[in-house]
Design a protein around this ligand. Structure first.
Ligand code: SAM
Length: 226
């Protein structure tokens, strides 16, 4: 097998195809629309030029400001758990590099995304513009409170680890919508998937994961023991 970076440099399309088959399909990602989205979004455009050779590797990468672009498999697990449909309006908390939002933008009508760090929000905005992605609406601020102006959403995905499920996010789910969120302390997070059914929510616990902390009013306090 060729080294991980080689075909990202010479042939990003081949690198993506390999990522989809080896890292996603073989580990249980089976929604063909989701797999197609991962095969088409140029992940190497969301990392620093110096890291492009490892953009399609089976791991997270630093994106500056102490933050990361998540491992492709974890982005895929969360995307599939949302069960995205073409007409959906999805809220993402934690824009980061913009990669998850770009994947969702291929799958749904509109993506709303909130990032706490202004420099990262600006960087992602420039990448969306460069790629001609025009169905992502961005805001800089505390996403633990959701985005009430555009609620309710057909799905909400949180890409940072929360101490508990923020009540604001639960309230901003449309009937039948799902919230996908890592919950727990740094080393002991699990993915939780909630589905709103009328006045109640049903919940399942998914796989173990490791995300940077969600910092905000309904999340960790800055500098707290996340
Ligand atoms: N989805 C991103 C991607 O595709 O690159 C990965 C996100 S990174 C793992 C987590 C992001 O959540 C960081 O950029 C961090 O600044 C952001 N974040 C943390 N707390 C937040 C909050 N309360 N509201 C919005 N963003 C937050």
């Amino acid at each position: 097998m060729r080294p991980e970076g080689e075909d990202a440099r010479t042939d990003p399309v081949a690198a993506r195809k390999r990522m989809v088959e080896v890292q996603l399909r073989s580990r249980g990602i089976e929604d063909e629309r989701v797999l197609d989205a991962f095969a088409s979004v140029p992940r190497h455009r969301f990392v620093e030029p110096a890291m492009r050779l490892s953009a399609y590797g089976d791991h997270a990468l630093p994106i500056g400001e102490g933050q990361t672009i998540s491992q492709p498999y974890m982005v895929a697990v969360m995307t599939q758990a949302l069960r995205p449909k073409a007409e959906d309006r999805i809220l993402e908390i934690g824009t980061g590099s913009g990669y998850q939002a770009a994947v969702l933008a291929r799958l749904v009508r509109t993506v709303f995304t909130v990032e706490r760090v202004p420099g990262l929000a600006r960087r992602a905005q420039a990448i969306f513009a460069g790629l001609g992605i025009d169905n992502v609406i961005q805001r800089t601020g505390d996403g633990s409170l959701g985005w009430s102006r555009y609620a309710p959403f057909d799905g909400i995905v949180v890409t940072a680890g929360a101490p508990r499920i923020p009540e604001s996010l639960r309230e901003q789910l449309a009937d039948g919508a799902r919230l996908v969120i890592p919950v727990g302390t740094g080393a002991h997070q699990v993915l939780r998937v909630l589905e709103r059914r009328g006045d109640r929510t049903v919940e399942r616990t998914g796989e173990a994961c490791t995300f940077v902390p969600l910092i905000g009013r309904e999340a960790w306090r800055e500098g707290s023991g996340s």
